[in-house]
Every structure is written in structure tokens, then in C-alpha cells.
Design a protein around this ligand. Structure first.
Ligand code: CU
Length: 480
């Protein structure tokens, strides 16, 4: 190559580089504009979703002057889980379930926990939007309450509905032994049913002598869907009968307090619709038959009682029929109370949320830990799972992917959320939730507008999965 040819080649090379740089700069500029525009569109969409959320639920009523004070003494006790058999349990105030707490919306409740157990404990108020410090998560919102010690919980529930309380310490043992109860917040403006009752369902693994099997949180429980028992109780009994008259209209609040068992109740000939899920009213009446209730879930069922007879309520989630309780109908027909069940007509659909970027993804799986199986979120077990940060009042989208072959009812403390999509397909369930069940392989996107600031637990409600690491924390930060 001659010198001039060399210089000309260098010039061409330089020109090419210059053109290349110019093209690159144009591309970078275009990408920046596009990204900017797309994040602007994202912001607009988020603002729109927040405005659709409106006041779906909010700060609640102004607290009244009334404060109900309840003492809950957690202690070893005895219960008749099976008729005529004394079973050693751990109980609140000596009964399983513990006292059925009820208070009207706007009233403050103070619960004095007296821990007479041989181990530390705490109480979580499942589904109730309590101040963060009252949430009962040991090591996160409070220290464990030592044996012989007391702790005071005080809050004014901002939402009416069906909630429950339970130990949030070593749940695989403490829930199984019986430390739970219902907490219903009534709305005095709602119509009056003929009967308004709670059915707390639990599943027990009993020995031949009717005692609670003392091997808690076994490797088999962890590797499977938690501890599934052999005896199912409704309100602590295997022989629950609800006595009714023809024509009655009943609000039946069903709570799944089991460690791992999932229910799909069948109402048979009864006229039954779900009108609330996880406490909050749904937008429309939903078929109650076969509605899946995972550990932690609640449904409120609007039930109209037909002609005299015995109507069994059965479960067939597993395909095996199990009789849960009986509704006995006898006596004179009464006039059915005629009212429209309270529904949340303005509940957002959030269909557009499908287009939104995911803020946080959690992949759920199992791995072999140092000495036993661990349940992981993004390949980490609690307390090593990354926190997720949310700004109060803004819309957040979380993707849950079940990479395992087992069930995971994921429960978020302090906030309600709505399922946006399942396996990429838009979903409008017609209600909020605080607990959503993932079947094996499921990919579920949930949306929420967090209102309550603090550090909230987000975990699998199968107690053995949570205790094996399937939990993370969500920080809801003030907007400022
Ligand atoms: Cu799980």
C-alpha cells in the first residue's frame, strides 16, 4: 500500500467511525426519547390505576371513644377435638378456636396478651390493616413475648369484614396446637341476616389416642404441602350442626385456619353465593360451590335456607368427599329477609395493568439447605430474601412464579391486592385478597395500591413453608 493510499484508507476508516458514532448517538438519543416516553406512559397508566382504585377501601371511620379491652391468655389447655376425648392443646382463653371476637367498625380494641405458654409467642391480626407495630411478626414488628410476659395490641380496624387472629411465632407448631380465633368487624349500616356466624375450619393430625401428633414441622411436611391431618373440625368440633328454620338467610363466614390443607366446600342443594373474600366485599355475587379456600383465606357466604332436612357441607378439594358440618333445617318457615347483599360496586377492574412493567418478581422454589429443605423466594430463604420497596399511594405490580410442584398460598400483611393476570391472561376476580393460592407452575401478577406504611411480611401461609424460609418483607414508604 502506498502512503497516499494508506492515508485515504485511514480517512475512510475515520469517516466510518464518525458515521458510526453519529448513528450510535442518534440511536441512543432515540432510545432515550422512547424510554422517556414509555416511562411517561407508564406513569400515566399508574396514575390512572390509582384513580380507579379511588376509595375502594381507605382510612376507615373516625375512631369512636369506645375501646373494647380483651385479655387473651395463651396457655396449655384441653379440648374435645374428638367427642369424649381430652386432647392437649395450646389455646387462647382455654378454647380452640379462641374467643370469637366481634366489634363494630370505628371501635378501638385493645388485646392484652398474657403468655402462659412454655415458649415465646406473638399474635398477628390476619387481614386487618393495623398500625405496623401491632402486626405481631417477631423480629420485624416486635420482640417475641417471653413465657410469663404480657404484650398489648391496640388498633381501630379500618375495614368491616371477616378476619382472624393467630400466633405468628413458630406457626408450624403453634397454629397446629390451636392458637387462633376469629375476629369479625361489623358494619352497623349493613342489613341484618337471620344469623351471622363464623365457621373456623382446622385440620388436625391426631395420634391413635386422640392427641396432637407431637412431630411438628417434619421433613415430610416441609417437602410436601405442609402438615395435612386426618381430622377436620369446624369451630373445634367434628360434629358441628347449624340449626336453622326454612326461609332463614344466613351470613356464614368461613375461615381456613389449617396449617396446609386447602378446602373447596360444596353446598349441595343450598342456595349459596360468596359476597366477600378475605374480609372485603366482592363486586358481584360469586358461586360458593367449589370456591377454593387456602390457608389464611376467608369467604362470606350468603345462604338462603330451603325446606326442612339435613344438608351436609362437604369438602372435595382433593377429590375425596369429607363432611365438614351439617345444616339442620326444621320448624316453621319464616319470611326470608329481603335485601341486597352489600357489594363493592366500584371495585376497580384494573384491566390495563396487564400492560404495566412488573416492579418485582418472586420465583418460588425449594432447595436443599445445609441440613434440610428450604423454601425460597428468588433462590433465597428468609431472612436473606431481598426486601421490596413500595411508595404509599402508588400502584405496584408484583409477579409470583411458582417454579415448584407444590401449593403456595401467598399472604401479604397490611395490604389488600387484586389478581391482575394468571399465566399472562388478564383476570378480574371481582374482589381484593390478602392471600392468593398458586398452583404448581402458576404465574400470577398482583396489583396493589399500598396505603399503610411500615415493614410488612409477605409469605406462604402453609406454615411449614413459611418456617422453612418462604417469606420476605415489603417496605411501604411514605411518599415524601
Ligand atoms: Cu408454600
Amino acid at each position: 500500500m502506498t502512503f497516499s493510499a494508506f492515508r485515504s484508507a485511514v480517512r475512510v476508516q475515520r469517516r466510518r467511525i464518525a458515521v458510526g458514532v453519529a448513528v450510535l448517538m442518534i440511536l441512543v438519543g432515540a432510545a432515550a426519547i422512547w424510554l422517556n416516553r414509555s416511562s411517561g406512559a407508564d406513569d400515566d397508566l399508574r396514575a390512572e390505576l390509582v384513580s380507579q382504585f379511588g376509595d375502594s377501601y381507605g382510612p376507615g371511620l373516625q375512631a369512636s371513644e369506645e375501646t373494647t379491652v380483651i385479655e387473651l391468655r395463651a396457655s396449655p389447655s384441653v379440648a374435645q377435638v374428638l367427642p369424649g376425648v381430652d386432647t392437649d392443646v395450646w389455646a387462647f382463653n382455654g378454647s380452640v378456636p379462641g374467643p370469637a371476637l366481634r366489634l363494630p367498625l370505628g371501635e378501638t380494641i385493645r388485646i392484652e396478651l398474657d403468655n402462659q405458654l412454655p415458649v415465646p409467642t406473638t399474635i398477628h391480626w390476619h387481614g386487618i390493616r393495623v398500625p405496623n407495630a401491632m402486626d405481631g411478626v417477631p423480629g420485624v414488628t416486635q420482640d417475641p413475648v417471653a413465657p410469663g410476659s404480657r404484650n398489648s395490641y391496640e388498633f381501630t380496624p379500618p375495614d368491616a369484614g371477616t378476619f382472624w387472629y393467630h400466633s405468628h411465632t413458630n406457626g408450624s407448631e403453634q397454629l397446629e396446637r390451636g392458637l387462633y380465633g376469629s375476629l369479625v368487624v361489623t358494619d352497623p349500616s349493613e342489613p341484618t341476616w337471620s344469623q351471622d356466624i363464623e365457621w373456623v375450619i382446622d385440620d388436625w393430625l391426631l395420634t391413635d389416642t386422640g392427641q396432637i401428633d407431637p412431630d411438628f414441622n417434619t421433613a415430610a411436611d416441609v417437602e410436601h404441602n405442609g402438615r395435612w391431618g386426618d381430622t377436620i373440625t369446624v369451630n373445634g368440633s367434628t360434629e358441628t350442626v347449624l340449626s336453622t328454620q326454612p326461609g332463614e338467610r344466613i351470613r356464614l363466614r368461613i375461615i381456613n385456619a389449617s396449617n396446609g390443607r386447602i378446602f373447596a366446600p360444596r353446598f349441595g342443594a343450598l342456595d349459596a353465593s360468596v359476597i366477600a373474600v378475605d374480609g372485603l366485599p366482592s363486586r358481584r355475587r360469586l358461586p360458593a360451590d367449589g370456591f377454593v379456600i387456602a390457608p389464611g383465606n376467608r369467604i362470606d357466604v350468603d345462604l338462603t335456607i330451603p325446606q326442612p332436612g339435613n344438608y351436609p357441607l362437604v369438602d372435595d378439594f382433593t377429590g375425596d368427599i369429607y363432611e365438614l358440618a351439617t345444616i339442620n333445617v326444621a320448624g316453621d318457615r319464616i319470611t326470608t329477609p329481603d335485601f341486597t347483599a352489600p357489594l363493592a360496586s366500584d371495585l376497580p377492574v384494573w384491566a390495563e395493568a396487564i400492560d404495566l412493567d412488573v416492579d418485582q418478581e418472586y420465583r418460588l422454589n425449594i432447595r436443599r439447605g445445609q441440613s434440610r429443605w428450604e423454601w425460597t423466594m428468588n433462590d433465597r430463604a428468609y431472612p436473606d430474601v431481598d426486601k421490596f420497596e413500595i411508595e404509599a399511594g402508588s400502584f405496584a405490580k408484583i409477579r409470583l412464579v411458582n417454579d415448584s410442584q407444590l401449593f403456595h398460598p401467598m399472604h401479604l400483611h397490611g395490604q389488600f391486592f387484586k389478581v391482575i393476570s394468571r399465566d399472562g391472561q388478564p383476570v378480574d376476580e371481582g374482589h381484593f385478597r390478602d392471600t392468593v393460592l398458586l398452583f404448581p407452575g402458576d404465574e400470577i401478577d398482583i396489583g396493589l395500591v399500598a396505603l399503610d406504611t411500615g415493614t410488612w411480611a409477605f409469605h406462604c401461609h402453609i406454615q411449614e413453608h413459611a418456617d422453612a424460609g418462604m417469606m420476605t418483607l415489603v417496605d411501604v414508604n411514605d411518599r415524601s
